[in-house]
Design a protein around this ligand. Structure first.
Ligand code: BGC
Length: 674
């Protein structure tokens, strides 16, 4: 059998051309058009030369699809919890390419191109913008766990698909000159190489090992061909690789795999630790000192002789080992601080005075897990440091940034069996009732009622916000220790128009301006937030018939400031939903354009079931619809139907199908639905 490695070496070279310096005019045109709806000042020039730390002086991309989940959760929570949620809604989070269909867009959100277009629109003139991307689809993915098992088998056939249908497809998009002014930061394959260090006795990890090595090297090579991609390899966390017996082999493996790439050590910008984990940045009350007769602090059961208590320790330790292995001293470290805050009522406020080593450690540590190996939806965790470039205070760690790789509020795995077509399985590490042998028989500490890995898990998000450390709104530490925080609200949205169609109201307005950047809008109905939008239009559905409402719009900026409400406009809804009268089993559908540019547009169809529900609903698509990307449904032969998860609607339930399409947007209005 020809190994995957041999196949790669023998394969014709793909994507080798570099694209610097071509098509600047196209870039300018695309950027200007996409930027227009948000009113962001954008200009494109020649692509910049590579920099040492891509985060320095840069904004980071705010994923409005994540922000919308946060805003909706905030609306539902209300009160001070809602306010705290809203305060972090504009934090930048990474975009995960967790399966091949994520590239074009699927039920979990729009595709890579739509995100990159939005990033170009967010970019401010003269300020670089980092787009955080996660590469996560290796054959035999997640070999030591089940919750994030993937779609590709650990076999040559899986490797072939990984290279051609996944990495090459991503690189083709990233290589588009329209994106050459973005700094694309790629987190490369979480948990893969670390699993080869510590779990090589596991048959599934043995089987996956050649594909992990080959796949990571292939990804690094292809990503490096795109001049503006900065790759950071995932390096687990302190509680996984911190022991010298793990750390040294890890540094060697990283050097071996990166050393095998075409550009050698130059193919990476650095390493990212703590991805989707909750190991604290620091343990402020603990040092690995001599504890007297009990031995060193490291000997406590919780640390099991591991001297790296936190991510500050681990990144400093790893940096030294990597440089000793030949990596250049310019490499930088990223720490995923999305969920390692450990604040809230259970956070210790002082060092314990106990003379018993285990009690002393348990009372002093801010990490409240039962065991450092507990990785799934850990209860008690909080949001950590907000994303931030070149954080100070950790000189030995050579930090390029704190980043939020794991979008807080997205599950690590289901707490019970849930059918899915992504290859994900039920891992009992996510079951709160399970005493796991991997945790020396301790309970997992996982939150109950968790959905599938990657799905929105609102009760987890509420907990993370409640337990944030630094706390939200705490003396200027949120969002990040900005010495000169932006407190200027965006300008009030102008030119609001509202037209009713049955019980739906389409609202549009002109773009707001701001000293930083506008990241979205809220539409209020009679003073209550009804929906959010990242463009300059939105549709509110489900209003009462024959009722007059006052519509206002507010704008929010990247720093979380919200403008005053616009001048109210009145609108009176019609007799019914504007479509045919609901009949048994029927549904209504309303089309609206959410964004448009020369030659294309983004639209949505909101489908609402009638009183008897709408099993197997089908909507007649707008005439001539030609989509490049559609999520939340399936388009076939001019008819839109639901995806597996939303094909059947309960009485009164709604679902939204979104798409990006070619051509000119049709008029907003009702569509036939049955
Ligand atoms: C899941 C992915 C998801 C990611 C971010 C991972 O655990 O397997 O599907 O995209 O988390 O939430």
């Amino acid at each position: 059998m020809r190994s995957a490695w041999e196949r790669r070496k023998g394969a014709p070279e793909r994507g080798r051309q570099r694209r610097r310096g071509r098509a600047a005019a196209t870039t300018a045109a695309v950027a200007a058009l996409v930027a227009a709806p948000l009113g962001a000042a954008t200009s494109a020039g020649a692509a910049e030369p590579r920099v040492d730390n891509p985060f320095a002086g840069a904004d980071q991309y705010v994923n409005s699809y994540w922000s919308d989940n946060v805003e909706a959760a905030a609306d539902r929570a209300g009160g001070s919890l809602g306010d705290s949620m809203r305060a972090v809604a504009n934090e930048p989070t990474s975009v995960w390419m967790d399966r091949i269909s994520a590239i074009e867009g699927n039920a979990d959100g729009p595709g890579l191109r739509a995100h990159l277009d939005a990033a170009v629109a967010q970019k401010r003139a003269g300020t670089p913008l980092v787009f955080n991307l996660v590469i996560y689809d290796l054959p035999g993915r997640d070999c030591y766990a089940l919750a994030s098992n993937g779609e590709l088998p650990a076999a040559d056939e899986g490797m072939q698909r990984y290279e051609t249908e996944y990495i090459d497809a991503i690189v083709d998009i990233l290589d588009d000159p329209a994106y050459e002014d973005l700094r694309i930061v790629a987190t490369v394959e979480p948990d893969s190489l670390p699993n080869l260090v510590t779990n090589s006795s596991e048959p599934l990890c043995q089987q996956a090992a050649p594909y992990y090595r080959e796949g990571v090297a292939y990804a690094l090579d292809r990503l490096h061909d795109v001049g503006n991609v900065y790759s950071y390899i995932d390096a687990a966390h302190a509680g996984w690789l911190g022991w010298p017996n793990n750390a040294q082999p890890a540094a060697q493996l990283f050097a071996e795999v990166v050393g095998s790439t075409e550009a050698g050590f130059d193919s990476v910008a650095g390493f990212v630790t703590n991805t989707a984990n909750s190991t604290p940045l620091t343990e402020p009350f603990l040092e690995d000192e001599n504890f007297g007769s009990g031995g060193f602090v490291r000997q406590a059961e919780f640390y099991q002789w591991n001297t790296d208590f936190d991510e500050a320790d681990w990144t400093a330790h790893l940096y030294d080992l990597l440089v000793a292995e030949g990596f250049p001293s310019s490499i930088g470290m990223l720490i995923d601080t999305s969920r390692n805050g450990w604040g809230g009522p259970d956070r210790p406020s002082a060092e314990s005075t106990s003379t018993d080593l285990n009690t002393y450690v348990d009372e002093s540590r801010v990490d409240r897990r039962n065991h450092r190996g507990a990785w799934c939806n850990p209860s008690g965790a909080g949001l950590g440091e907000r994303p931030q470039a070149t954080p100070s205070g950790y000189p030995d760690s050579h930090l390029d940034a704190f980043v939020w790789v794991k979008p807080p509020g997205e599950s690590d795995g289901a707490s019970e069996e849930i059918d899915n077509d992504q290859g994900k399985k039920f891992d009992r590490m996510c079951d709160p009732t399970f005493n796991s042998p991997k945790l020396d028989g301790l309970l997992t500490g996982a939150l109950p009622d968790a959905p599938l890995a990657g799905q929105w898990f609102e009760s987890q998000f509420a907990m993370l916000v409640t337990n944030a450390y630094p706390p939200i709104g705490d003396g200027g530490t949120d969002p990040g220790p900005d010495p000169d925080p932006d407190t200027t609200a965006p300008s009030v949205p102008q030119g609001v128009t509202a037209t009713a169609d049955g019980t739906s109201v389409s609202v549009s307005w002109s773009a707001s301006t701001d000293d930083t950047r506008v990241t979205g809008y809220s539409v209020l109905v009679d003073g209550e937030a009804a929906t959010t939008s990242s463009t300059t239009s939105a549709t509110v559905t489900g209003l009462d018939p024959k009722t007059t409402y006052e519509i206002t719009v507010t704008a929010r900026d990247a720093a979380g400031n919200t403008s005053a409400a616009s001048e109210p406009v009145s609108v009176t809804t019609g007799a019914d939903d504007g479509g045919p009268d609901p009949v048994e089993g029927a549904c209504t559908a309303v089309y609206s354009t959410t964004n448009s540019w020369s030659g294309g547009y983004q639209g949505q169809v909101v489908v609402t079931a009638g009183d008897d529900g709408a099993p197997g609903w089908a909507v007649t698509a707008p005439a001539g619809l030609s989509t490049t990307n559609l999520w939340g449904g399936v388009l076939s032969g001019g008819t839109i139907t639901g995806a597996a998860w939303n094909a059947d609607l309960a009485p009164g339930a709604s679902t939204t199908v979104g798409f990006v399409a070619n051509g000119t947007a049709p008029a907003d209005g009702p569509l036939a639905c049955d």
